[in-house]
Design a protein around this ligand. Structure first.
Ligand code: SAM
Length: 297
């Protein structure tokens, strides 16, 4: 684990300037690192996916649990530090990659007892969370450190103008079990805003988990694309978003007929619709889309 002094020493030794463009704010609070690992309940039998290990502040605490740690870091300079620091650890697997370009579904196929733990680079945090849920919906839990505002946004319920795809995916994936406040002085360099750690545990009774258990090939990436199309024009009704953005050539009457069993008002705006309704809507639209595709071949 690294404190402020040790972090500065490593940066100095390797001649590294933290890159703001990569969201490089390093954790320097042993207390927060310990709490993050503790709430995640990690042990030897787990595989942990860490995103952006940086200088390894969190990584070293994860390795101490005996878990297998697979870490993706985009910055070559960080990889150099990590390789030097953890050369003796056989349970660390480092990969220099942009996490957004990794095919996580295939990398982690068949991995049991998967947990995700990360102090996320803030500039792509929503994209990463969506990717994690869509590609690794079988993960047992996700412990994520994010800026406080980002956490507020992704845990919103409907009827808020900031509610959207990330909040919907989280609600369908799991339950928020814990939140830890992380003041800005727990990082170096110190960011302008405070952060939080959030623990989301997979909900075994959720619609998404049930569907996934019955169908391992379930395509959540398409579901996410569908959500983004539904929210493309936030101020417009769901009907207009579906007609303008989905482009499957549905007439209004056909659309109305399609959603009739769902008891869903197409005049609502996307931000007024619950996660469960979006999932049901996608199911009925997905069937229709595949029929249209099949018919046009
Ligand atoms: N885990 C370390 C810690 O807690 O001190 C560093 C966290 S820092 C907020 C975010 C880390 O993510 C940085 O090390 C940065 O280089 C890395 N990063 C940024 N963009 C990335 C990407 N697209 N893929 C993988 N890692 C990325």
């Amino acid at each position: 684990m690294l404190d402020l002094e040790q972090t500065k020493k490593i940066l100095n030794e390797y001649n590294i300037m933290p890159r703001q463009s990569l969201g490089q704010n390093f954790l320097v609070s042993k207390d927060i690192i310990n709490k993050t690992v503790e709430v995640s309940n990690v042990a030897e039998q787990h595989t942990v996916l860490e995103i952006g290990p940086g200088l390894g502040a969190l990584t070293s605490a994860l390795l101490e649990t005996g878990a297998k740690v697979i870490a993706y870091e985009i910055d070559r300079k960080m990889i150099q530090v990590l390789e030097d620091r953890f050369s003796k650890h056989k349970n660390l697997f480092l990969d220099q990659q942009d996490i957004l370009k990794v095919n996580l579904a295939s990398q982690f196929t068949g991995t049991k007892n998967l947990k995700i733990i990360a102090n996320l680079p803030y500039y792509i945090s929503a994209e990463i969370i969506e990717k994690l849920i869509c590609e690794l919906p079988f993960a047992q839990s996700m412990t994520l450190m994010l800026q406080k505002e980002a956490i507020e946004r992704i845990t919103l319920k409907p009827n808020d103008s900031r509610y959207g795809p990330t909040a919907i995916l989280i609600a369908l994936y799991g339950k928020i079990k814990d939140k830890i406040r992380v003041p800005a002085n727990c990082f170096f360099p110190r960011p302008k805003i405070n952060s939080q750690v959030i623990l989301i545990e997979q909900d075994e009774n959720s619609l998404l988990t049930e569907k996934r258990n019955n169908d391992q090939t379930l395509d959540l990436v398409s579901f996410n694309q569908f959500l983004h199309l539904c929210f493309a024009q936030r101020r417009k009704t769901l009907r207009n978003n579906l007609k303008n953005n989905l482009k499957i050539g549905l007439k209004t009457e056909e659309l109305v007929q399609l959603v009739a069993p769902l008891n869903l008002d197409l005049n609502l705006r996307p931000e007024q619709i619950s996660p469960k309704k979006f999932w049901q809507l996608y199911q009925s639209m997905a069937n229709y889309i595949s029929k249209v595709d099949g018919g046009s071949e």
